[in-house]
Design a protein around this ligand. Structure first.
Ligand code: SOE
Length: 400
């Protein structure tokens, strides 16, 4: 790892973080905050001030394990703390709006895990609160971490440089299989009142963000199909965490989609297809995206995340073809701070880079991307997908 080039003797102002939630995403974000200042030369030094969760013993254990100085059991107490400048929200979607709006009102910066909210209405309130807070110098960002991988960031740069020319197609799939077992219990991710939607909001939100980010433009409308394959599941007993199965007693209704398939039209006229499911047996966390333009194509596969496939369509046909770019060079996004060429990164590094980008935005007072307004637009795409699916795939424009 390259040594961070710290400016000699200069004491960096801290950026004191308070986190709400400590399950899978809480652990991933903690890893980001804990590592970022040791790898990157940052204008402010992140400090892990306090973590919050409802179960006193579990949150204390999480604080210990992930390196947080203090533990709270009430998020209101967390955002009232003087030693918290930024609140990182890693809870299920049903509490995002309330916590984010209160934290911004309390003068904190906010990072909120995706999707921004459970409904367009909540997201609109959050975007409005973020806009007002920006006027007071406080920033709000949504945690779409897959933008922060070196290969996806490189793909974005290559599209922006015009290497693909005019875009024709964007093809994206995000496949998992943890619901394949019909005995998997009815955890919060399967209940609309907690999660907002199912695979659509959880996985679909990621690929909508990534597709729009790489394409550099927004979707204008969608046609969709959604399905709930298993409508009743065993009830969980005790606390549930991450994606793990727990013992169960009795059954309850699944109130979200299990899978969402949709096609879309970008504002430029490029066509897109999306598939998000938790029933793709054997696919654990398979996110793939391909973009085809009139001058070339790019493809990314999360299971080979240190690589990008690139076809330069302007080369003579005799030796043209997809070639692998190994994205491990110091000239590639984020990589000047990491290991020598050929020594790849992993899933967790996207959260380190997310923290890095947010620290820079805070230090510069610059609106971070994706902003809450960007998160609201994605929420509108999710709502259009649901509306289209309810109307048997009728093409549904995205509200502006
Ligand atoms: C579950 O499907 C999940 O944990 C998502 O919620 C995350 O956003 C994704 O990164 C991994 O899968």
């Amino acid at each position: 790892m390259a040594q961070p080039q710290q400016s000699e003797g200069a004491e960096k102002p801290p950026l004191r973080v308070g986190m709400v939630g400590y399950a899978f995403m809480g652990a991933a974000h903690s890893q980001g905050w804990r590592t970022v200042g040791r790898v990157f030369d940052l204008p402010r030094q992140p400090v892990l001030s306090a973590i919050c969760g409802r179960d006193p013993a579990a949150v204390r254990a999480a604080a210990e394990r992930h390196g947080w100085a203090a533990a709270e059991t009430d998020w209101r107490a967390l955002i009232a703390r003087d030693d918290v400048d930024l609140v990182d929200i890693c809870t299920p979607g049903d509490s995002h709006a309330e916590i984010a709006v209160a934290a911004l009102a309390a003068g904190k910066h906010v990072l909120c895990e995706k999707p921004l909210a459970n409904t367009v209405e909540e997201a609109a309130v959050m975007a409005q609160a973020a806009e007002e807070a920006y006027g007071r110098g406080k920033l709000a960002m949504v945690g779409f971490n897959y933008r922060r991988l070196p290969a996806t960031a490189l793909a974005r740069n290559m599209v922006a440089e015009g290497r693909l020319g005019k875009l024709r197609h964007v093809r994206v799939t995000y496949l998992q299989d943890w619901l394949g077992d019909p005995e998997f219990p009815l955890t919060w991710r399967l209940r609309k009142e907690h999660a907002g939607s199912g695979s659509l909001g959880d996985l679909g939100a990621h690929i909508i963000d990534l597709a729009q980010y790489l394409a550099g433009e927004r979707l204008a409308g969608v046609s969709a199909l959604t399905e709930t394959f298993v409508r009743e599941r065993p009830l969980p007993v005790g606390a549930t965490s991450g994606l793990s199965a727990v013992t169960s007693a009795g059954t309850g209704q699944v109130t979200v989609d299990d899978a969402a398939l949709f096609t879309g039209r970008f504002t430029s006229g490029a066509l897109a297809s999306f598939e998000a499911t938790r029933y793709a047996t054997g696919r654990k966390n398979a996110l793939r995206i391909e973009l085809n333009g009139e001058r070339g194509s790019l493809a990314f596969d999360l299971e080979r995340l240190n690589e990008l496939s690139y076809h330069d369509g302007t080369e003579p046909a005799a030796h043209a073809g997809f070639r692998r770019i190994l994205v491990t060079e110091p000239d590639h996004p984020y990589l000047d701070a990491w290991w020598p060429p050929g020594h790849g990164l992993g899933y967790e590094h996207s959260f380190v880079h997310q923290a890095r980008d947010l620290v820079h935005a805070v230090a510069e007072g610059r609106r971070p991307e994706p902003s809450f307004t960007d998160g609201l637009q994605i929420q509108r795409v999710l709502a259009a997908v649901e509306e289209s699916a309810e109307k048997n795939s009728v093409y549904t424009p995205i509200a502006v």
